[in-house]
Design a binder for this molecule. Structure first.
Ligand code: PMV
Length: 325
């Protein structure tokens, strides 16, 4: 039997700083214990064969010297471009069979694309027995994400690589781990799939129309991130909640929240959460709330009553790793 290597990487949730991070402000991202797994083995021919059962892809085939076909389904594009970038970097060329498995559906917005990219690069480096460090994995993965979707700060790639909780600046200019105790966080899914590039373009339009105002909003978000970092380290949950509310107001003024997000956020606050906000690009996906332990179940019920789905996720998950098979 040919050698198989499996690597896995976690998904993420944005705690503070979305959108402003695209314009150079810092953000805080946490890795979640929902992982993407990628298994690599030799295909024995000159092809890359990809199976991704969760996105209904069975044995998608591309010629190894013609990787990155932009007509390929989205579920395999990240893998195929990651393989291409890895091969170019190491100047190698081998036929491969790649299988991806996911702990979570891509609709939640947990960053399945970046997690699958990071896990692919890690699996490939193990497969060729090269010692690639996390900075190199980040750089190759971030390049892959930009090649495929054109926009992005790379915060999701950083969470997949390093795990834990990270203070992050675009492109990996800063990736500092923040140590903190377990956060009393609730994650509510709106049931609506958001399209990140569309929302990033919406904010770009907002910026073009009123640079001064947008800069002011980004500066305020930047300050919230700094204060949020401090509150997180000190375990000041009430303060974190207040900062989440402020961050949400600013995101709303940028036009990226949605009626569904607003409903779940309002319901959780009425039920006693310290604070709540959207997490990620907005437009749908998930909201997060911070809540005192004794109020957790009433806040969860309030979210569900408004049509949200409470997701059971633990945060500060471990970053990319190889798995024993
Ligand atoms: O939609 P998500 O969860 O991938 O988050 C996007 C966050 C943005 O700041 C809007 C974009 C980015 O790449 O940082």
């Amino acid at each position: 039997m040919s050698r198989q290597v499996t690597a896995s990487a976690p998904g993420k949730l944005m705690l503070f700083g979305e959108h402003a991070v695209v314009y150079g402000k810092p953000c805080i991202v946490v890795a979640v214990d929902q992982r993407m797994r990628v298994t690599v083995e030799s295909s024995g021919d000159g092809n890359l064969k990809i199976s991704a059962p969760e996105v209904n892809v069975a044995d998608y085939v591309e010629k190894i010297d013609n990787l990155g076909d932009d007509k390929a389904p989205k579920g395999v594009r990240f893998v195929s471009v990651a393989v291409k970038n890895f091969f170019n970097f190491y100047n190698i060329n081998i036929g491969l069979r790649v299988e991806t498995r996911s702990d979570f559906p891509s609709k939640y917005g947990f960053g399945s694309s970046s997690a699958v990219t990071v896990a692919t690069i890690k699996a490939l480096s193990q497969f060729i027995r090269s010692k690639v460090n996390n900075d190199q994995i980040f750089n190759l993965s971030y390049k892959t994400v930009l090649d495929v979707q054109g926009v992005g700060s790379g915060f999701d790639v950083a969470a997949a690589v390093w795990g834990g909780t990270i203070y992050f600046v675009k492109g990996g200019k800063m990736t500092e781990t923040i140590e903190h105790s377990v956060l009393p966080l609730i994650v509510g899914y709106t049931g609506i799939k958001a399209d990140t590039p569309t929302l990033v373009r919406r904010v770009a339009g907002f910026y073009r129309r009123d640079k001064k105002l947008t800069d002011k909003i980004f500066d305020s978000i930047g300050r919230i991130v700094e204060e949020g970092r401090d509150a997180l380290v000190k375990g000041k949950y009430k303060r974190l909640g207040l900062l989440m509310n402020k961050n949400q107001e600013l995101l709303q003024s940028l036009g990226v929240s949605s009626p569904e997000l607003n409903r779940l956020i309002k319901a959780s606050k009425v039920a006693g959460a310290y604070g709540a906000k959207l997490s990620g690009a907005g437009g749908g996906d998930c909201m997060i709330a911070i809540v005192a332990p004794e109020l957790r179940s009433s806040v969860e019920r309030a979210i569900e009553k408004e049509g949200g789905v409470v997701l059971d996720v633990a945060i500060q998950a471990e970053g990319v790793r190889t798995e024993k098979i």
